[in-house]
Ligand binder design. Structure first.
Ligand code: PEP
Ligand code: MN
Length: 357
């Protein structure tokens, strides 16, 4: 059920409807939009008796939602979700593209700082890096854990980059929620429903990667799990799916970008690194992702990929990332979008303004 408020409904009227829904024993999710507020109702086992809600002041209509997802849907919120960050000009989902770059895993402070310096200079606003690595083999590098999170917090302080890092279970999610700016849920956990619910109770936005063989509806339902717990800041991420093709690690399904955008208001970004698994395919697929209308990119970059402890084969050299940024900026402009000034550029500009004044 969805309660659509009149365009001129007051905050008080919205609050009264939410209270009524809660009093009926359900959960109310108020989703303000550019034109009007809609209130999603969850927690109902059967159909909600809509009569008493329809009569409340400020209510335009009460709609039965036929799709299995409610809060994720454009029916609930017609305008795009734009995720903003405190004390930062960065956002995800607006006209500016979000560029997230960094190593697959945090290996040391030196490694993280060397890469962060380069991606910040190239214009990225977000730094990625795993402290908890879900690896196919238990003998592969598993990440530095909390020490890795501390290094990333230092990267944020030094370069002004926002931190994106993966949580793999309850315990790591708790820590990632404390240290990072965006909590990543990896492809292998896309249907770990208890973890999704825990992420829904976190304070930070969640970057949800598409499962290795997830259909569109399964992907959206995973996001619905997070939103149903009250965290509405979800970014979807296409990272390739398993097919019979063996010229790439996964098959990057760029058609899911417009498919998601048709059904959902949530931002969707693309990961061309895991999507291809091959360094020489990352830049072409990044260009394509921006051209298809993605809201951003998440790209693996390493200064010494031959010695990387994970995913070296698909990591760009910093010079290649510089070139990628130049190219995708031009493609973004064709679509009337832009890549905002990077964190480093912004820091430098502030410093020079301060020093000349
Ligand atoms: C990663 O981002 O390093 C990662 C493990 O991604 P995915 O969950 O898409 O495999
Ligand atoms: Mn990786």
């Amino acid at each position: 059920m969805l309660v659509v408020m009149q365009a001129q409904a007051t905050e008080e009227q919205v609050r009264a409807v939410c209270q009524k829904i809660e009093a009926l024993g359900y959960r109310a999710h108020s989703m303000p939009g550019a034109q009007r507020t809609a209130i999603g109702i969850t927690g109902n086992k059967a159909e909600v008796e809509s009569g008493s809600l329809e009569e409340m002041p400020g209510v335009q209509e009460v709609i039965r939602v036929t799709k299995p997802y409610k809060l994720v849907s454009r029916d609930t919120k017609p305008d795009n979700t734009v995720i903003k960050f405190p004390n930062s000009s960065a956002s995800i989902g607006g006209p500016g593209l979000a560029i997230i770059a960094g190593p697959c895993g945090i290996e040391s402070r030196d490694q993280a700082f060397t890469i962060a310096e380069r991606v910040a200079r190239a214009g990225a606003q977000f730094f990625r890096g795993g402290a908890y690595k879900p690896r196919t083999s238990p003998y592969s590098f598993q990440g530095l854990g909390e020490e890795g999170l501390k290094i990333m917090a230092e990267v944020r302080d030094r370069f002004g980059l926002l931190i994106v890092t993966e949580a793999v279970d309850y315990e790591s999610l708790e820590l990632v929620d404390q240290y990072a700016d965006v909590i990543q849920i990896g492809a292998r956990n896309m249907q770990n429903f208890s973890l999704l619910k825990r992420a829904g109770r976190a304070r930070k936005p969640v970057l949800l990667k598409r499962g290795i063989s997830a259909m569109l509806e399964e992907f959206l339902m995973a996001a619905e799990y997070i939103m149903s717990e009250g965290n509405y800041n979800v970014v979807l991420c296409e990272r390739g799916v398993r097919t019979f093709a063996d010229h790439t690690r996964n098959t990057l399904d760029l058609s899911i970008v417009p498919a998601v955008q048709r059904l959902s208001h949530l931002p969707i970004i693309v990961d061309p690194s895991h999507g291809t698994g091959k360094r020489n395919k990352v830049t072409p697929l990044s260009r394509a992702a921006v051209a298809v209308g993605a809201d951003g990119l998440i790209v693996e970059v390493h200064h010494d990929p031959d010695r990387a402890l994970s995913d070296g084969m698909q990591s760009l050299y910093p010079d290649q990332f510089d070139a990628l940024m130049v190219q995708v900026r031009q493609i973004a402009a064709v679509l009337g979008r832009s890549i905002p000034k990077g964190a480093e550029a912004a820091t430098l500009a502030t410093t020079s303004t301060q020093s000349t004044s």
